[in-house]
Design a protein around this ligand. Sequence first.
Ligand code: PEP
Ligand code: MG
Length: 747
Amino acid sequence: MPERTESESRKLLRRLRHAMAEDIAGQARLNNITELTADSMGTEVCSIYLFRDEDTLELCATEGLQPEAVHETRLRVGEGLVGRVARTGQPINTANAPAAPGFRYMPETGEERYSSFLGVPIQRLGQKLGVLVVQSKDAREFSADEIYALEVVAMVLAEMAELGAFVGEGAALRARHQQPVMVRGSTGQEGAAQGHAWLHEPRVVVTNPIAEDSQAELDRLAEAVDALRISVDQMLEGARTGDKEQFQVLEAYRMFANSKGWLRRMEEAIGRGLSAEAAVEKEQSTARARMAQVGDAYLRDRLHDLDDLSNRLLRILTGQGNHTGAEMPADPILVARNIGPGELLDYGRSLKGIVLEEGSVGSHAAIVARALAIPLVIHAGNITTEALNGDHILIDGDQGIVHLRPDETVAAAFRDKIAMQAQAQERYASIRDKPAEALCGTRIALHMNAGLMADLPSLESSGAEGVGLFRTELQFLVRNQMPRRSELSALYARVLDAANGKRVVFRTLDIGSDKVLPYMKPNDEPNPALGWRAIRVGLDKPGVMRMQLQALLRAADGRPLTVMFPFVAQYEEFTAAKAEMDKALARERILGHAIPETLEIGAMLETPSLAFAPDRFFREVDFLSIGGNDLKQFFFAADRENERVRKRYDTLNVSFLSFVRDIVRRCEKTGTELSFCGEDAGRPVEAACLAAIGMRSLSMRPASIGPVKHMMRRIDVGKLNEVIETAMASGDQSVRPAVMEWLRRES
Ligand code: PEP
Ligand code: MG
């Protein structure tokens, strides 16, 4: 079989360019392309199949098959050889198509006469657009060069599709970006929002897929790669003085930028007639298709690095920066594959919502989104390829659903939902300055959880009595290197200033498990949630804890200070941590610094073991706060980050509720101040039940204070307690049904 030469490919591309430049309608242009390709490849047939909708392909043009089949023949993804190419994103090359697994005979096309089949995906940056096929009568396998040549044609087609170059009557592609799309992801942060899509990394538009002068394109590529390498070297230089881990990551990045294979493959594509940017994109598409199939998380991350480098290279080549000149809409919904917490903070509260293709509930971005109370949907399919800047978009953080370019019925229903939310907000605002006092006169103190400076204004607007949990790790997570003591103390001082005399409970660094600092060596632990985390790290490596305690003492500068140690599992851990505080205090005294007017030291009760600690522990702590998120995961042995098991066990399950009630009773007996600061504190029904079993202080997200207060003011907690006691006594697994029934009757 004759080898296909580079010059043949180039000739084909040149002819394609002429075909594209002709002033003809889309269908005629498609027909031209199939004719040229079949001719150049020496095959009887060349056909273009395009996606009609998410899972249907349509024959849109053909040379060699029955013309009547065009726009008639349709296939499901996965069906027949064409459907298999579409599903896997991989070429199929066979000398005997009718015998190949999955072959489907379509009489209207007359294709049974053809023995060899070569199909390649038409895709653009991982987005599947269709399949390009050549077939011939003689039974032959296509050579690697021929496959490559057809892939290059598919690449050019993909670019044309993106530009709408051949979109005519009945064509599928432009419609794809105009149709409503619903993407089902999962909840990252509750709430509904509507606005217009703002792509974190807008797609670079490649307008010239075919080279006019290959040598000039090779030169452009070489120049751009040089510029890329210089910028990576500069990044590396900047990181040299910083953290070792970060440096190593960047070194891997540099290795990719210098990879000969990467450059060679792009040069080859130019040799075959593509422009420099089209060559980069072709390589990127292949890498993305590979990325989708790689199971190994580490390898996927490396492919991610490569993808990132390709984006940089494209930006250098096209001169299109991160900001393509498009204006950010007034109501932006950020759409991104993933985003770091620092970048998210840069956008700040200007965002109405966030949709991520990746991300996880425990990711840093999710933590920041939650802190900023911005609705967030994660795992949202391939939203970055579906969405275009400025698209109308609705996000439902409660259900984890995104509607892109919604039709009027969906948009109207959504407007109702948002209006109801607004009404509820008004109701909450009207009780902001009133106490959370139940009908029976019982008062519940409502505090808020915080972690960023940006949270502090909510102290005033939500009507919270104070900050019941200040998660100090957020400040560590959003940085690239360990913050200095002076920075921390300035920050804590600003927090105290902003709190204006209201109590702030600073929780010392709670890292480990899902919260991994980018500049700390990750521990390869089989069970990080049960591993070396929080106070365990603090006590084993006391340097950071001492620095943080000092920063807190300095920040207080004589004002009252409240500190809480996380994840205490036994009495001695608390006494050891407290001893560190005593040392820090002694040091401050020696240095002549002001000592806090009052100093309260508490612990979080997040492991069942602590509920059974000796009485003296309960007497020694100044207060306890139940970290319900962790306590529940250990009580039920159900990972809080694992969607499959997380929702399986109800907080209102009798075993858990009676366990919490026992803790309440112990604290009453020992006179220990107790509060509850897990997510359940912010859920009105759960909060009501906690109040009913005797909890008098709750700490929650600022947005939950209104709904919880509204609930408290409508009920008699004494009566609710009777309902709970009766349900418990009757052997129910959960008190929820009885409680819900009672609430329905009462309100
Ligand atoms: C908890 O575990 O309930 C808690 C409040 O701490 P975090 O969610 O930060 O682990
Ligand atoms: Mg916890």
